[in-house]
Design a protein around this ligand. Structure first.
Ligand code: SF4
Length: 250
């Protein structure tokens, strides 16, 4: 069914507990991304060179299966980025095989490419970014189209499988009332489509974990003051709550 020789370009791996999916998880960071968020935490993982071959999927599967005893408390494997959809064929291959082997799978994605749909049946827990509700602003700042993102999220909700929608809150980009109205409008639409016990919204405060890496790469870090104060954050949570969206804060 799949090309067994497919490879995945990976630039980091390690365990974490309950940050990117339930339980104890083995996290793989995949190379490459189709977007260009100025606040990206992993600018070092965005480039992938044509000559790089990567790790064969069958080798990766062996490695994951050997870690099975570590997947306690409902844990498993999470693939994050960069952007996993830039390697959609190999991702489909590994996710399918993990599902066959009954390993819990999670994926974190910017959800901006239609290929996410064919991967969904093999993703037990999907974490999808929703960075801005306005098409023009989203395209201008990060280079994404809004339509495929909305379409992917709706498809997931309709499937009834778990979906965590993550909003990275960034001052000057998406923390004004107009953007917040746009977020809550779409999130209400999503909530009306499906089971509320498998759909969550998370508001993440801007951080600068990536700044040093940008500087190391010799790239300009262009976000001037993206921080959200505690006061503003609480106001935003309340804004969501008043419109019927109970966002979570981790
Ligand atoms: S989508 Fe994620 S990995 Fe890609 S540039 Fe934006 S923050 Fe970085």
């Amino acid at each position: 069914m799949f090309n067994k020789k497919s490879h995945l370009l990976i630039f980091g791996k390690g365990f974490n507990y309950s940050e990117d999916g339930p339980g104890n998880r083995l996290i793989y960071h995949l190379k490459g991304c189709n977007l260009h968020c100025p606040w990206c935490s992993n600018p070092d993982g965005l480039k992938s060179e044509e000559y790089e071959k990567g790790t064969p999927v069958d080798e990766l599967l062996k490695e994951i299966l050997s870690c099975k005893p570590m997947f306690f408390d409902g844990g498993g494997v999470t693939f994050t980025g960069g952007e996993i959809l830039c390697q959609a064929d190999a991702m489909e291959n590994i996710l399918f095989q993990l599902t066959e082997n009954k390993i819990h799978t999670a994926v974190e994605t910017n959800a901006s490419l239609p290929s996410l749909k064919r991967l969904m049946p093999y993703i037990d827990y999907l974490i999808a970014d929703f960075k801005h509700p306005n098409e023009k602003k989203l395209m201008q700042v990060v280079g994404a189209s809004l339509l495929p993102i909305k379409d992917n999220l709706k498809t997931r909700v309709l499937s009834g499988k778990p979906l965590l929608v993550r909003v990275p809150l960034i001052h000057g980009f998406n923390d004004n009332d107009e953007a917040l109205e746009g977020f809550t409008e779409f999130f209400r639409e999503l909530s009306e489509l499906g089971a509320k016990d498998s759909l969550w919204f998370e508001l993440l405060k801007y951080h600068e974990y990536g700044r040093e890496k940008w500087e190391k790469e010799g790239l300009p870090y262009t976000v001037k003051n993206g921080f959200i104060s505690d006061k503003r954050y609480n106001e935003i949570m309340e804004f969501f709550r008043l419109r019927g969206i109970a966002a979570i804060n981790t």
